[in-house]
Write a protein that binds this ligand. Structure first.
Ligand code: GLC
Ligand code: MG
Length: 385
């Protein structure tokens, strides 16, 4: 992980399902609010870590379904797989640690004797994770019996129950908390320990995250009973863990504010986007704002006034250019002009725009090169071919 030359201001380690991603928010508004906050204020000085129970296969599916950012580090399969960067380079050192006292075949053999356990899909069975479904009322007894049985067979495993239905069996040294501890240790040995870390979760497999010393924690308002019970029994006196009153990503934003970890106003919550911070110019912030304006203009949510476009053109330098991935270059001011005929063309549609990996580089005393990915969701079915 060498994207950041400096120490990260904030490292967010967040679960995905029902924490970063709200499956009951069909417009994904809280996720989009978080995205705009992250890209405008944190992307170039902080670290985003996703820590999910999903296997790489299901994680990639979620990324296709939801407007998610690209994390700096991805921890999958309940802390058993750690990868870095865009190209998801695996951490082989972590794999070696997990091989200790672990034998998947013995786990399969012993679990097959429990008829109450039903195996999850093939994609969710991983080298260091065996996963089942089990009914809530049977979970505690099964976990006890199973752990005694596996111990007798010489294994040292961890059994985790999540979401009132999922039972995961992992090596003892695995899990979301251990994976985070491993990362923190690595950062520390490089003298790169983040200034602050915030862990975010909603269910049983997130509990360990809240037991790592010195990290702030937020259990989102919609957290599962099993996590709240764990917290009441193990961590209720820890003042740097809160139970948010807001759901999912909105709860994460709430925690950033509560613990004073940095800016906590998402540009999506700002109605007047025309305030140009020229005295304290921040190119990442400007890019986020530009695309928010573009979304609102096409949705017809701002007045149909050419004044906005004139203001936008005024802040664009005459020589500023936009370089399309195809290589075609266009003057920024011409790009603004091309917005004119699009006003309101997405009115009443689920049209959303978000930017990802906004990374500015200063190339001379008064110019910046900002690279970013821009995504659009049109809310319209794709044309059939
Ligand atoms: C995700 C995984 C599943 C796991 C659950 C709880 O849903 O896909 O395999 O059991 O998280 O950790
Ligand atoms: Mg979750």
């Amino acid at each position: 992980m060498d994207r950041l030359a400096d120490i990260a201001r904030l490292m967010i380690v967040s679960d995905l399902d029902h924490t970063m991603v709200d499956h009951h928010d069909s417009e994904d508004l809280s996720l989009l609010r978080f995205n705009a906050l992250w890209e405008s204020n944190y992307r170039d000085n902080s670290l985003l870590v996703f820590s999910t129970g999903r296997s790489p296969t299901l994680y990639k599916e979620l990324r296709k379904e939801k407007p998610m950012l690209t994390p700096d580090i991805t921890i999958m399969s309940v802390g058993t797989e750690i990868t870095y960067g865009n190209s998801m380079v695996p951490d082989d050192g972590w794999v070696k640690i997990l091989n200790q006292k672990w034998d998947r075949n013995i786990v399969s053999e012993e679990t097959s004797k429990f008829t109450e356990l039903s195996l999850q899909s093939e994609t969710e069975q991983r080298p260091h994770k065996v996963s089942f479904y089990v009914q809530k009322d049977k979970a505690q007894d099964i976990m006890k019996a199973l752990s005694a049985r596996l111990e007798e067979r010489g294994l040292d495993v961890k059994i985790i129950y999540s979401g009132g239905q999922d039972l995961d069996i992992l090596p003892q040294g695995a899990g979301k908390g251990q994976a985070l501890a491993y990362l923190l240790k690595k950062f520390k040995s490089d003298d790169k320990l983040p200034e602050n870390t915030l862990v975010c979760g909603d269910s049983g497999n997130d509990a360990e995250l809240f037991s790592i010393p010195d990290v702030h924690g937020v259990m989102v308002s919609n957290a599962q009973e099993e996590l709240l019970q764990w917290h009441a029994a193990n961590a209720k006196d820890n003042p740097i863990i809160i139970h948010a009153t807001e759901r999912c990503a909105a709860g994460i934003i709430q925690a950033i504010g509560h613990f004073n970890l940095g800016p906590n106003t998402s540009p999506r919550d700002v109605t007047d986007l025309s305030d140009s911070k020229m005295d304290n110019f921040d190119p990442g912030y400007e890019v986020v704002k530009l695309y928010l304006f573009y979304e609102r203009w096409r949705r017809g949510e701002v007045d149909h006034s050419e004044l906005y476009l004139a203001k936008l053109k005024a802040v664009c330098s005459g020589s500023g250019i936009f370089v399309h991935p195809s290589g075609v270059e266009q003057l920024l001011r011409d790009c603004v002009d091309s917005l004119k005929p699009c006003y309101g063309d997405k009115h009443g549609k689920q049209f959303r725009v978000w930017v990802d990996q906004v990374l500015p580089v200063k190339i001379s005393s008064d110019s910046w090169l900002v690279k970013f990915k821009k995504w659009e969701q049109s809310g319209e079915p794709l044309p059939s071919i």
